[in-house]
Write a protein that binds this ligand. Sequence first.
Ligand code: ZN
Ligand code: ZN
Length: 907
Amino acid sequence: MPLSKTYEPKQTQEQWYRFWEDHGLFRATVNPQKQPYTIVIPPPNVTGVLHMGHMLNNTLQDVFIRFRRMMGFEACWIPGTDHAGIATQNVVERSLMKDGMSRHDLGREEFVRRTWEWRAKYGGVITEQLRKLGVSCDWDREKFTMDETLSGAVREVFVRLYEDGLIYKGKYVINWCPKDHTAISDDEVTFAETNGNLYHIRYPLKASQSSVTVATTRPETMLGDSGLAVHPGDDRYKNLIGQTAVLPLVGRELPIVADEYVDPAFGTGIVKVTPAHDPNDFAIGGRHKLEQINIFDISARVNDAAPEAYRGLDRFAARERVVQDLEEQGFLEKTEPHVHNVGRCYRCDTVIEPYLSDQWFVKMAPLAAPALDVVLKGHIRFHPDRWTKVYEHWMTNIRDWCISRQLWWGHRIPVWYCTNGESNKPECTRPIVSRTTPQHCPSCKSTALRQDEDVLDTWFSAWLWPFSVHDWPEQERTGKSADLRYFYPTSTLVTAPDIIFFWVARMIMSGLKFGPTFTGTSSPEKNIPFRDVYFTSIIRDEKGRKMSKSLGNSPEPLDLIEEYGADAVRFTILYLSPLGQDVFYSREKNDLGRNFANKIWNAGRFLLMNKDQIGEAPTQGGLNKDHMDLADRWIVSRYNSTVKDVVNGLDEFEVNKISKSIYGFLWHDFCDWYVEMVKSRLYGGEPEAVKQAVVSRAFDIFEGGLRLLHPLMPFVTEELWHNLRNRGPEESIMRAPLGVANESLIDLRVESEMSFVQQMIEAIRTIRGEMRLPPSTEIEVIMRKGSSQRSDGIHEYLGYLQRLARVRKLTVQESGPRPPQSASAIVEGEEIFIPLEGLIDPEVEKTRLSKEIERISGMLSGTRKKLENNGFLDRAPEEIVRKEREKMESLALTLEKLERNLKTLIS
Ligand SMILES: [Zn+2]
Ligand SMILES: [Zn+2]
């Protein structure tokens, strides 16, 4: 069956993806004959839908995996999804809300059951969407962070860390969402500049008639003040240290302490200290043993710790009331507008309240030290490596990790408490931390036990992902221990840079901490979770704005795939994304990928047509080497150079260079030049044997190009590969060897000579076009011998000049005058002339050129005037001004050419 006229992605995509999955081609197994190459997917939220970030990230992973598979590695890409605690709980709560219910109406058990139900129904959406992109994940290995074995890993790790003294429960100021009623991690808070006020409040001193003034943006929190602080080096306030102030509205006595943390330049340089409602105040309070007074309930309403007048008020109502009372009682010195950063819950947009509560923490410093070491020593390499500095800074200033969440959906904390009220054994107050659900209190044997209500932060399962996907610590029982030993450490992690701390850093810590239990060695190189980390680009729109849902500037990848085809979308984003730089993206840019797919498709059609008509010489193990001429030697050299570029590019993680190199080879070298060059051999008077060798060689080279392109554009390459030659029913290009560069076939002299010939042909074609010579007109070319000595071998290439530029005769001159009425060009320093006498009517052409010059001059001066007009410049959008400038430049260039051509005719 001949190929259709244009490439039809839709059917091809479906058909081949099914083929790959049905034939188990994505599957990876332990194979001691091969070196493993492993990637674990950054598990998308189970509630997720494919966005641009996923699209870039997963295309890159697929490219790495497909290349390594074709290079002879046992390539294993492990997919899965994250249970995404708060996000998933919110989705289910919202659907309950439609029925006028809350999770409390259902109770915990039923709510969790419904959430599992939701997951069974909708949890596969994101993985189905990933399939549309063509990802070659080993779906048999798909995991979910709340699978039984992965939950086992979470419990195991919690208990071990607790036993090692690295997990503790404590009071701490955390980010509290008063709507979701849970602590959320630092990364779940989104900050935005907000217009507020800075309130200056007078605090009377106890021992004198005077007072001090403090400035705050959250005056209601003063109800929980337990001290004031100044910087120890601030000379203005030296005498205040050790004195006592009296808290307005409350009457509490506040010690004035000296603390390095205080910024003398902020406000008055005196700060109020509210240990229960500010993380920095919490730290100051800890250093000076100040009382922690929590004044809010879980909904951020004032509780009984505050004076009666404020109890029950919401925090914002309390703010108004406090300010009003301060004013009435003469404590408010002034109020001034103030722009400051306000943090909001990333799920529900409620303003976050720093809040003192009982939470579980992981001590990070002991875990961070070795994790920093492996990066500084180069066992793990970051690409681009500027992230190493960022990592180092964070790891040396690390804070303990709050891991408890007040949610219902997630891994419940494996801690129980004895609730036997009759026992008076002191051991009964100790938490019971256990891998399995305890049946009774180990001390009093009572069965009255209560499990901790909280669940663990979602990252607490995500940080174990590189080994929990192999069922650690259950791997012996599930038969996955060989897998864990073979596929761990993974090779490359591809991730967005914004989760370097929440995920990347913590995976390194957990790998080093728990790796020794299954690698059997304490050597860091064996226990690190991955060797290379590729940080993806940030995708921006053409105006440079980050793509986001709220701006509506982000296309939906599935729409793009529908419109352009998956290959086109993949190729375009790879082509546009240089390592470590932002991408400027727009929907229309996908034309690049689509045109490329069509170009390849047409080359395939051309080859197949000729195979039908001429036939193919028998293949000779990869490359037919009979009857090679310069163009053949050149394309063979270019092919091998491209293979080399690709392999080097992979080592350096320069995927965008790889895509440019392959694009250049297939589009420019193969389609634009080589195909044109072999045409004349195929359609000329060469013997059949030569023609068949040419066809066979063109097939070989094209097939090699398809293999190079396959990891970037899997579908169109598979379709063509199956059409080019007869393949077995199980065969796939994705399992075909990529091939290695044959250095002996890279001939830089041939490449440079061909480049000269190409430039010459282009220069001649340009002149032909500008002088409007019809395609049938043959021309003569006179070449002036220059310093590059290119002219020495030029007669060897005369055939190409004849076929591709209609050159009838080529003369090389040592010197001499410029031929009359001739056009000229300079190619690599060599001057060429094309005599036009007899080819065109100089008078007609002169008239045409003069008229054209007049017309373009008119347009140019119009554009120039516009751009000199300040009114236009002020009013017109930047975009329009830019376009107008481009237009002016292009008109000037055209005018220059026309004038040059006119001069040629007059001389
Ligand atoms: Zn919230
Ligand atoms: Zn007990």
